[in-house]
Design a protein around this ligand. Structure first.
Ligand code: G3P
Ligand code: MG
Length: 361
């Protein structure tokens, strides 16, 4: 009965809740919508074309990334058939914004699939190089690069393009002040080699040991659900590989900070973002904004597929978070997860949204 206008409307006015949707394994598998996600999301819009105004404040909370939030919002809109706003996209690397104060004008490098340097420069970092480009400035830094046909263009560009040559000269003697793993690394071997060079030397590859450069991971997922039937190794697996190698070649163990779920800071940030979405994009007919501003949200729902990431995070964030585990991704169990049980286990995201609207409205 969610669509009928009255008396549901007045009951909705008393409700104050927001929803955070995980992406991989909940609303998408690769680029394919799953679990009735598109239909479920459409129920959260105030208009029949799902073009903008919301009945329910919601956002996407993913540990994936590699694309600026503005671009990811367009991609999601096209795949899911609803109008997703950039403010509704919180990715693993979105937390890197909080490091702007420390590194805004410093030389930093960023790696991972997609456009890691663009992601960082959109956050305001002024002197960011992709690890791809940075590595191309150092001849023979990757001893097997000639066997990788995809790297030859980058190497060629940096020797023949005058603009790149200038960029190269300007950074060769400058220390890298921080390294960021923005999304799933593409070339683990090259990235581990170059990160070890940068980190161990204090930011000057080719030099002897120095103090370790700060290292930040956008997420720590050991595995995640992509298009392949079995789970795929994620950033967390890459971190283990890097760490075990680094610890063999450096006198001090690798230090790093991982953002993304289940980091409690991420959930705190989402609460703030949901409040902003409520005040700027929700229809007054459906939500009582003053009530939320005054009393806060009564419930935050996290719908995820990964118990050790999504459910653990929501549990640690505490009430009023309520966790819902779907069976469309990493978790496939009959019962609840043993170590990090969700408040509710359902088959699909569509069932999760049905449950939420039934209990709230
Ligand atoms: O790299 C892991 C990432 O793809 C997981 O994404 O949406 O399940 O948090 P998500
Ligand atoms: Mg997931």
């Amino acid at each position: 009965g969610f669509y009928s206008f009255s008396p549901i409307q007045s009951r909705l006015e008393r409700s104050s809740f927001g929803i955070a949707f995980d992406i991989d394994g909940v609303v998408l598998r690769g680029h394919r919508p799953i679990g009735g996600s598109s239909k479920a999301l459409k129920r959260l819009y105030a208009d029949s074309t799902s073009s903008g105004t919301l009945k329910v404040p919601f956002l996407f909370l993913t540990n994936g990334g590699g694309t600026p939030e503005s671009k990811r919002a367009i991609e999601l809109s096209e795949l899911l058939g609803v109008n997703v706003l950039p403010s509704q996209v919180v990715q693993g690397h979105s937390s890197f914004r909080s490091l702007l104060n420390s590194f805004e004008n410093e030389l930093i490098i960023a790696t991972g699939k997609g456009q890691p340097a663009l992601v960082m420069s959109e956050y305001g970092f002024k002197k960011v190089f992709s690890l791809d480009e940075y590595a191309s400035f150092f001849e023979n830094i990757d001893p097997v690069s000639q066997y990788k046909n995809w790297t030859s263009q980058q190497a060629f560009d940096s020797t023949c393009n005058p603009e790149k040559l200038m960029r190269k000269q300007s950074v060769l003697s400058e220390r890298v002040k921080a390294a960021f793993v923005v999304s799933d690394p593409v070339d683990w071997g090259r990235d581990i080699q170059v990160l070890c060079d940068v980190l161990r030397s204090g930011g000057l590859p080719g030099q002897e040991n120095g103090n370790q450069v700060p290292l930040y991971f956008a997420a720590d997922d050991f595995e995640y659900q992509a298009a392949f039937p079995l789970k795929r190794l994620g950033i967390g697996a890459f971190k283990i590989a890097l760490e075990s190698i680094f610890n063999r070649i450096h006198h001090r163990p690798l230090e790093y900070v991982s953002y993304g779920k289940p980091n409690p800071l991420v959930f705190k940030n989402v609460e703030t973002v949901l409040r902003q979405i409520l005040s700027s994009h929700c229809d007054d007919h459906f939500v009582n904004k003053e009530d939320v501003e005054f009393n806060g949200f009564r419930t935050f729902y996290m719908i995820g597929d990964n118990p050790v990431v999504d459910i653990k995070g929501a549990r640690e964030a505490g009430r009023p978070w309520f966790s819902i585990l779907t069976r469309t991704g990493v978790f496939r169990g009959e019962e609840n997860h043993v170590e990090f049980p969700a408040d509710l286990v359902v088959n699909t995201v569509e069932e999760a949204v049905e449950y939420i609207l039934e209990s709230e409205c």
